[in-house]
Design a protein. Structure first.
Lengths: 113, 115
């Protein structure tokens, strides 16, 4: 089974802090994704990466950056956390083939105080 | 850009009954794939079923089946013999054909199952 592991289930940070969310997958997938999930808004794509050191902006990249130095690891960075970034963050990975599903981690519930 | 619409935010079904969750999408592409994902209260999103747009036959996975109407751009999920464990949020998603394509999700529907 594909395993996508997010480093924290719950995280509490303060406004202005730099926050790192880590995601690791064990299936040698080329593609990795970061989503934000808010009630009534569904999943919104923040950034995705289709190869090491490659990244593309999703629908809501403002206030976020990403890093992919190794194929199995994709990090989401909040450069200066703000209260409106309090949310559930989901990481996913997939192969390049469009008929294959994305596999998700358990999610990180991030609270910015 | 593709859009996915799930117009019903919540639905409820009696245990052992059948329920249908609606999803419509908008695209000008001919090559694409459709997915239904389930997110139980424990939060991990898992794949329920997928449908290839080029296939006329509706996909089926045990108690889960889809009604794929390509011309109408409709992709509904039918859950038969509903179980308490089916209670979850369900998301419909669209993925373009071709390598490295993204998923576009609907807003989701919360399904509750009454014992």
């Amino acid at each position: 089974d594909v395993k996508v592991t997010q480093s924290s289930r719950y995280l509490v940070k303060r406004t202005g802090e730099k926050v790192f969310l880590e995601c690791v997958q064990d299936m040698d997938h080329e593609n990795m994704f970061w989503y934000r999930q808010d009630p009534g808004l569904g999943l919104r794509l923040i950034y995705f990466s289709y190869d090491v050191k490659m990244k593309e902006k999703g629908d809501i990249p403002e206030g976020y950056s990403v890093s992919r130095e190794k194929k199995e690891r994709f990090s989401l960075i909040l450069e200066s956390a703000s209260t409106n970034q309090t949310s559930m963050y989901l990481c996913a990975s997939s192969s390049i083939f469009s008929n294959q599903p994305q596999h998700f981690g358990d999610g990180t519930r991030l609270s910015i105080l | 850009a593709q859009t996915v619409t799930q117009s019903q935010p919540e639905m409820s079904v009696q245990e052992a009954e059948t329920v249908t969750l609606s999803c419509t999408y908008d695209t000008s592409e001919s090559d694409y794939y459709l997915f239904w994902y389930k997110q139980p209260p424990s939060r991990q999103m898992i794949l329920v079923i997928r449908q290839e747009a080029y296939k006329q036959q509706n996909a089926t996975e045990n108690r889960f089946s889809v009604n794929f109407q390509k011309a109408a751009k409709s992709f509904s999920l039918k859950i038969s013999d509903s179980q308490l464990g089916d209670a979850a949020m369900y998301f419909c998603a669209y993925r373009s054909g071709g390598a490295n394509s993204k998923l576009t999700f609907g807003k989701g529907i919360t399904l509750s199952v009454r014992p």
